[in-house]
Ligand binder design. Structure first.
Ligand code: E4P
Length: 220
């Protein structure tokens, strides 16, 4: 399963990338708005991190009509081969998804909250579908159940669209996404750290080093 970082923060992206396990980044207008620099500069810095790799940088359109979304999507896709264009799962977005996908632009259909939305996105050639599981759970719904349904539907009909589990709140959800067989999971930096940090690892490592140095001291 690919791991993306769900942020537009360049420091977080650089730190996560340095571990060697990062496959890409998802941004959205709200994440960009948290940063203190203009969007072009932000995109330039993020793309620089993935230069020379297949890493994916998801950039979202903010237009509202299919024609405008298509134009904006083409512009974003032309910035770099690493860019995937995020399009919201609304009527105009589905139209734009079809046009862009036909033009060989990779589209991530975002703000997906149901398996029926995922079915239509796949029919229109989406490269990624992004079910927002955390926001569904917040509504007392079951985000992972939607991911399971999407997985089953895509397998039933051999859709190529990749499932990108988004709006993730916990490391446990990343494991659940992998068990279901999702293609990608995007996580905020706090969750990314929890994927590898474990208190028992830290305690074990501390003890190993203590024992090692007391052993060394005995034969000085
Ligand atoms: C995905 O592409 C989105 O950026 C993201 O996962 C939204 O998550 P949120 O519900 O934490 O805002």
């Amino acid at each position: 399963m690919k791991i993306f970082l769900d942020t537009a923060n360049i420091d977080e992206i650089r730190k996560a990338f340095s571990l060697g396990v990062l496959d890409g980044v998802t941004t959205n207008p709200s994440l960009a708005a948290k940063e203190n620099k203009n969007f072009d500069q932000l995109v330039k810095e993020i793309l620089e991190v993935f230069k020379g790799t297949d890493g994916i940088v998801n950039l979202e359109v903010v237009s509202e009509k299919a024609d405008d979304m298509t134009r904006e999507g083409l512009k974003l896709a032309n910035i770099s081969k690493n860019v995937v264009v995020k399009i919201p799962c609304i009527e105009e977005g589905l139209k734009a998804c079809k046009i862009l996908s036909k033009a060989k632009v990779r589209v991530n259909v975002t703000l997906c909250f149901s398996a029926s939305q995922a079915l239509l996105a796949a029919k229109n050639g989406a490269y990624f579908i992004s079910p927002f599981i955390g926001r569904l759970d917040d509504q007392n719904d079951n985000g992972m159940r939607v991911v399971e349904e999407i997985k089953k539907i895509y397998m039933n009909y051999s859709f190529k669209t990749q499932i990108l589990v988004a709006s993730v709140r916990t490391a446990r959800q990343v494991v659940e996404a992998a068990v279901i067989g999702a293609d990608v999971c995007t996580v905020p930096y706090g969750v990314f750290e929890k994927l590898y940090k474990h208190p028992l690892t830290d305690i074990g490592q501390k003890k190993f080093l203590e024992d090692w140095y007391s052993y060394k001291a005995r034969f000085r």
